[in-house]
Design a protein. Structure first.
Length: 289
C-alpha cells in the first residue's frame, strides 16, 4: 500500500507543478519583448548542450529470492532502511540537429546514495540480522536517440524519438553479524547485489511550443522495455520543462521529472526484482551553438 500511495503522490505532484509551469510563460509575456519580431528557436543553432540538477524524491525497493530454498529478502530502501529519500542528481544532456527533420540527442544521470548502520537489528522475511549493514545505490542512466520531426512550424515542433536507453543499475546490501534463519543462528555475512548494465530500446515523443521567443515549454515522454541477457525491464520516463532564453545562446530550464522502472534479473541461482522510481524538480542551463 505504501508503494502505491507514494506513486500516486508523485503523479499528483507532477500534475500540480506541471500546471504551474505551463501557466508561467503565459503570464510572463510582455508587449516590449525585444525578440517579438525575431526568429524562433526552430531556426536557431544546430548544437545543444545542457547541465543541471534533478532534486529527486526516491521510492525504491528490491526483493532477492533464492531459487533453491525459496527464501526471500525484501528491502524497502527509503522506508525501513533509511536510505536518503531526497538527493540532488547531476544531469547532462545535448544534441545535434542535422536538418529541420533529423536530429540526435543524448542524456546522462548519475545517482550516488549510501547509508550505514552499526549495531542494529534488521528483520526480513524469515531472516533476522543483528550487526552492521551498508545499503548503497550507484545507478546511472544513459540515453542516445534519433529524432524524426513529424510536424514543425516557427513556434512548435513534434518529434518521434527512438534509440538506446542504457540502464546501469548497482543496488547493494551488505550485512554482517548474527544472522538467524529459522532457528539457526551463526556469525556470517549477508551480501546481496542487484547489478546490471543493459542497453534497452526506447521510443518516445518530444514536444516543443514557444509562447514568445523567450518562453517555451518542452514536454517529453519515453517508454523503455525489453530483455537483455538475464535482464527484463520496463521503464516510463516523463519530463515537463519550461525554458526562458536570456539571449539566443543561453537559457534556463526548470520543470519536473518522473521516472519509474520495474527490473527483473534472473540467473540459475537467484531472482532479483527491483522497483526503482523517483520524481522531482529540475533546474539547469540550456546552451545553443
Amino acid at each position: 500500500m505504501k508503494k502505491q500511495d507514494t506513486r500516486l503522490g508523485r503523479i499528483g505532484f507532477a500534475l500540480a507543478l506541471g500546471g504551474l509551469l505551463c501557466a508561467a510563460p503565459v503570464f510572463a509575456q510582455t508587449d516590449d519583448d525585444p525578440w517579438a519580431r525575431g526568429k524562433w528557436e526552430s531556426s536557431g543553432g544546430r548544437f545543444i548542450l545542457g547541465v543541471g540538477f534533478v532534486y529527486a524524491l526516491f521510492d525504491t525497493s528490491a526483493k532477492f529470492t533464492n531459487k533453491a530454498t525459496d527464501l526471500s529478502i525484501f528491502i524497502d530502501a527509503e522506508g525501513s532502511l533509511g536510505l536518503p529519500e531526497a538527493d540532488a542528481v547531476p544531469a547532462l544532456y545535448g544534441g545535434y540537429r542535422f536538418s529541420k527533420r533529423h536530429s540526435v540527442t543524448f542524456s546522462y544521470y548519475q545517482i550516488r546514495r549510501e547509508v550505514t548502520f552499526v549495531d542494529e537489528e534488521f528483520e526480513f522475511e524469515g531472516v533476522h540480522v543483528a550487526g552492521s549493514a551498508t545499503l548503497g545505490d550507484r545507478t546511472r542512466f544513459y540515453n542516445l536517440s534519433y529524432g524524426n520531426t513529424l510536424f514543425s512550424d516557427e513556434r512548435s515542433r513534434v518529434s518521434l524519438r527512438f534509440g538506446i536507453y542504457g540502464l546501469d543499475l548497482k543496488y547493494t546490501f551488505e550485512a554482517s553479524g548474527e544472522i538467524t534463519v529459522g532457528e539457526d543462528t551463526e556469525l556470517a555475512v549477508l551480501d546481496e547485489e542487484a547489478a546490471l548494465v543493459a542497453p534497452l530500446p526506447v521510443i518516445g515523443f518530444d514536444f516543443w511550443f514557444a509562447f514568445t521567443p523567450r518562453w517555451s515549454i518542452n514536454p517529453k515522454i519515453s517508454f523503455v522495455g525489453g530483455r537483455y541477457q538475464d535482464v527484463t525491464a520496463g521503464v516510463l520516463a516523463t519530463t515537463l520543462l519550461t525554458r526562458y532564453q536570456f539571449n539566443r545562446r543561453l537559457g534556463m530550464l526548470f520543470g519536473i521529472s518522473y521516472f519509474d522502472a520495474d527490473v527483473t534479473i534472473e540467473d540459475s541461482e537467484e531472482r532479483t526484482d527491483v522497483d526503482y522510481g523517483y520524481s522531482g524538480a529540475f533546474i539547469g542551463l540550456h546552451m545553443v551553438f
